[in-house]
Design a protein around this ligand. Structure first.
Ligand SMILES: Cc1cc2nc3c(=O)[nH]c(=O)nc-3n(C[C@H](O)[C@H](O)[C@H](O)COP(=O)(O)OP(=O)(O)OC[C@H]3O[C@@H](n4cnc5c(N)ncnc54)[C@H](O)[C@@H]3O)c2cc1C
Length: 386
């Protein structure tokens, strides 16, 4: 087995939207960066299996990392996409209520969204909502006019391109097997094809998505107590055969969200529904066509014209969740030297939705934490104040 010893400044584990955004940021700051990606392409896991929505920040707990970074990211994403020629459309979104239970839930979301700092919100009665979307059945809706959709692959390519233009490199088919803390940084053990080699680095960013927890556990010489448990929530998407009935995204109330009732559009304005969620133990992207049953039920509450046979299995994506079934949504965890005491190490745990929307401010937070800033201070620096 060939052995190779080398040394670099920063290593980012994971070539998804988060790892690439961080690599870009560190490279722009003049640091030498290598991204290790176990697959042969960027973003083949969670980053290519989402709704591709640029969220305005309606649902998160105010003051949580998700709320602060989503609101900041939403403001940054559209101009970034415009500058780099990345397809982005501000299509708008309606969150809809049918019945009294839904209405009180919707009122709570409206207040929550304003407390989060989401812009461009309007409360609509049923008729006003139907003026926008004539096929919609609802008693009331929140119109989020600034919600957008983004071509995530083009976004990742732009991050990669900017990083590489500033001398970063992405090593594909390069899987981190383990690491240990040394006097000067880290010694990484990497598998590349049939080969393994060691690479030294000063800074190590763990942006491995679904695998971030086992990777953090594999780094010898670090504090392990703050590594959380991660759960996997698999979401199934079904595409709509036929013409898209709505020009805006539609989100049903309450539990119907997770039961696959969300209507989103791709960049070609083709409609899909999902994710319809189930908890799983191991990563697998199989799709069970039978899961469309709850989607039909969820969608018909606001679009009764949906006919049997109109939904086709499309794809699945898996969220790394820090909360288990029935528990409230947990905050993202980003731990750096100020939190765990290991200089140069930043671990990102549970970066599920709205990770794409938040990718630019997350990269700022991580870059500040590399320099020793505590997470809460780095997060506060991203807070939108106007
Ligand atoms: C169903 C669903 C819908 C979503 N919808 C939205 C949405 O509409 N809007 C939004 O903003 N966000 C959304 N998200 C969230 C968003 O997709 C994620 O937050 C984001 O993609 C996470 O990116 P990542 O880079 O952390 O993870 P990933 O994209 O999974 O990247 C991690 C990378 O690390 C690599 N890796 C892992 N282990 C190793 C190793 N040992 N060595 C080398 N490489 C390794 C993997 O191969 C992978 O490429 C959604 C997520 C899901 C699942």
């Amino acid at each position: 087995m060939a052995e190779r010893l080398d040394q670099t400044d920063c290593v980012v584990i994971g070539g998804g939207v988060i790892g690439l955004a961080v690599a870009r940021r560190l490279a722009l700051l003049g640091r030498e960066v290598v991204v290790l990606e176990q697959e042969s392409l960027i973003g083949t896991h969670t980053s290519s299996r989402s709704n591709e929505v640029s969220h305005a920040g309606l649902y998160y707990r105010p003051d949580s990392p998700q709320a602060i970074l989503c609101v900041a990211g939403h403001r940054l994403l559209e101009p970034y996409c415009a500058k780099h020629g990345i397809p982005y459309r501000t299509v708008g979104k309606l969150v809809v209520a049918n019945g009294n239970d839904d209405l009180s839930w919707l009122e709570g979301i409206y207040e929550n969204a304003r407390n989060c700092g989401a812009r461009g919100l309007e409360w609509l009665g049923g008729n006003a909502a139907r003026d926008l979307e004539p096929e919609l059945k609802c008693d009331a809706a929140i119109h989020s006019a600034l919600t957008g959709i983004v071509d995530t692959h083009a976004l990742m390519l732009a991050y990669q391109g900017e990083a590489e233009a500033h001398c970063a490199s992405v090593a594909f088919q390069s899987r981190l097997l383990g690491a240990c803390v040394t006097d000067t940084g880290f010694d990484l053990n990497i598998e590349a094809g049939d080969d393994t080699y060691n690479l030294g680095c000063d800074v190590l960013i763990n942006a491995a998505g679904l695998w971030a927890v086992p990777i953090a556990r594999s780094i010898e010489g670090t504090m392990q107590d703050d590594i959380p448990h991660v759960y996997f929530a698999k979401g199934a998407f079904f595409s709509l055969t036929g013409k898209s009935p709505f020009q805006r995204l539609i989100v049903p109330a309450q539990q119907w969200i997770r039961m696959g009732g969300i209507y989103t559009l791709d960049m070609a304005m083709r409609a899909r529904f999902g994710p319809e969620e189930e908890w799983i133990e191991k990563v697998n992207y199989d799709i069970d066509p039978g899961r469309s049953a709850t989607i039909y039920e969820s969608v018909r509450r606001y679009w009764p014209s949906l006919e049997d046979g109109m939904l086709q299995p499309a794809y699945t994506g898996i969220r790394p969740r820090l909360n288990g079934p029935g528990e409230p949504m947990a905050d993202w965890i980003i731990h750096g030297p100020a939190e765990h005491g290991t200089p140069g190490l930043v671990n990102l745990f549970g970066i599920e939705s709205p990770g794409i929307t938040s990718s630019l401010p997350i990269s700022e937070v991580v870059a500040a934490m590399v320099d020793g800033l505590p997470f809460r201070d780095a997060l506060d620096a991203q807070r939108v104040t106007d």
